[in-house]
Design a protein around this ligand. Structure first.
Ligand code: GDP
Length: 340
């Protein structure tokens, strides 16, 4: 009998890569997505797996639907990846963010609590839970200090998982994933935005890009490496929570500079603060400006992981460094532009 996995949020970056990974492990994969008018399976199509997954439209905020779907499928493993995951939007839609990210998980946990079948649950926790906690390198014992409605919703969910694990002995765990990117990353996230817009500038399809806080630091890994960590966590007999990251962080400006280097754009930064800009030395034109529009009411300035526990107990480590990640994202973007 094939093992069965249910992935909520199958249409997202992680959902798509995880589905591909689980198919390679011979799972039967069910994927749920939010019912809305623009059904977007482009990521699954890009990975060539859109016909290999059983898709279910599921409103995860509705207990009755969650109950029905889980009891019908009877999955061995559930990966709860469905979320409102863009930090900046969570300031505009706090209620929606907390509903989707917190109450949906509660629905799943309640169904698991009442189920006779042993189901394992992976919950997508995040480095955004730490906010501006000042510890230089973050591990599983670092205090939470969320700096956005998104971060708050995920801290709540993180504690729900711990609570249900302790109180009801449920097989559930959380992966505290630091930022993870790929060619499938949504365009609202800064890495994809930089790669896409700089590639457009290089190909004369755009004149200028606007960015917000370029001095924030992030620990960026490659999403396919990270979905493997999710699976590894669920294979442990005794469920536990793990920090997953590369252990190295860079500023947004570093990411821009490395991308320019890979694209062979010869550039120079001038000015300070809101007037800082980046110039293309080939024609002396300004290609990047800072815009207040992309500043957040509160930002997280520094995120760096200490993934030692995952290395020791899961035998997992990030295999892709930032340069390689940028190469993969740029090559995919430029292939896309040349096909257009
Ligand atoms: P996050 O870490 O989940 O919020 O991932 P993002 O990729 O959305 O943002 C990473 C960092 O880049 C944050 O500190 C943002 O404030 C910063 N940033 C600077 N300019 C931009 C921008 O134009 N778009 C986005 N999304 N982030 C930006």
């Amino acid at each position: 009998m094939k093992r069965k996995a249910l992935i909520t949020g199958i249409m997202g970056q992680d959902g798509a890569y995880l589905a591909k990974f689980l198919l390679s492990k011979k799972y039967k994969v069910y994927g749920s997505y939010r019912r809305n008018s623009n059904y977007e399976n482009n990521r699954l199509r890009k990975l060539g797996i859109e016909n290999k997954i059983e898709l279910i439209d599921l409103e995860i905020n509705e207990f009755a639907s969650v109950n029905y779907v889980i009891n019908k499928i009877k999955p061995d493993e559930i990966y709860n990846l469905a979320a409102m995951s863009f930090v900046a939007s969570s300031f505009e839609q706090p209620l929606y963010t907390i509903h989707t990210n917190f109450f949906a998980l509660l629905n799943i946990l309640e169904v698991m609590k009442n189920s006779k079948k042993k189901i394992s649950l992976y919950q997508a926790s995040t480095s955004e839970m730490f906010g501006n906690e000042t510890q230089k390198s973050i591990d599983e014992n670092t205090n939470f200090d969320p700096a956005s409605p998104y971060g708050v919703s995920k801290v709540g969910s993180h504690y729900l998982v711990k609570l249900y694990r302790k109180a009801y002995n449920l097989h559930c765990c959380s992966g505290i994933l630091f930022n993870h990117e790929s060619p499938l990353r949504g365009e609202e996230f800064v890495t994809k935005k930089i790669v896409k817009q700089l590639s457009e500038i290089l190909n004369n399809k755009r004149k200028i890009m606007y960015l917000g806080n370029i001095y924030a630091k992030r620990d960026w890994g490659f999403a396919p490496d990270y979905v493997e960590a999710m699976w590894k966590m669920l294979q442990l007999k005794k469920k536990d929570d793990f920090v997953i990251g590369t252990g190295i962080c860079y500023t947004i400006k570093d990411f821009v500079n490395l991308t320019c280097k890979y694209l062979k754009l010869n550039t120079k930064w001038v000015g300070k603060g809101i007037n800082e800009k980046c110039i293309n030395l080939k024609n002396n034109k300004t290609i990047i400006k800072i815009s207040k529009k992309f500043y957040r009411p509160l930002d997280v300035n520094h995120l760096k992981s200490n993934p030692a526990k995952a290395k020791k107990q899961l035998n997992w480590k990030a295999n892709t460094n930032l340069k390689t990640l940028i190469k993969k994202m740029c090559d995919d973007q430029n292939l896309f532009i040349s096909l257009k």
